[in-house]
Design a protein around this ligand. Structure first.
Ligand code: I3P
Length: 123
């Protein structure tokens, strides 16, 4: 139906541990500092939680929340010596490296985030 307001989330991944390093904030380079984070994907956001207990709590906590509308996600082999690294660049110019040693976990998240970027960007 034209103009229908329904939106089926394509993906909704919850609560897996990955390594994350924010390397740039609003276009300003930051010192790379990897940390272990619980990662949650919704229909238009990616959240990194330091503490599993905070998952599902209202925003305003310590989670990093990335708006995926207008973001770019790419595999990256240059900015880290680690394997399975992908970079997410948000529309506001913040850059995040995400990594896990498991190839299949990294691919699963990469694919899901890419789908979410594509679907939330064409809205
Ligand atoms: C960094 C730390 C990072 C490493 C980075 C080092 O040292 O070892 O883990 O990135 O490499 O500079 P420090 O803790 O002293 O800041 P990778 O693990 O991603 O390789 P880099 O300088 O090549 O970015």
């Amino acid at each position: 139906v034209a103009g229908a307001a329904t939106f089926e989330p394509l993906v909704d991944l919850k609560g897996e541990i990955m390594n994350m390093a924010k390397i740039s904030e609003s276009g300003k380079k930051q010192r790379k500092n990897w940390s272990s984070v619980w990662t949650v994907l919704t229909s238009d956001q990616l959240m990194f939680y330091k503490d599993k207990q905070e998952i599902g709590l209202k925003p305003g906590g310590k989670a990093d929340v990335l708006q995926l509308c207008g973001a770019v996600i790419e595999w990256n082999t240059e900015k880290s010596s680690r394997k399975n690294v992908f970079q997410i660049t948000t529309s506001t110019g913040s850059e995040y490296l995400v990594q896990t040693d498991s190839n299949s976990t990294a691919s699963k998240w990469y694919d899901a985030i890419k789908k979410t970027v594509d679907s939330s960007t064409k809205e």
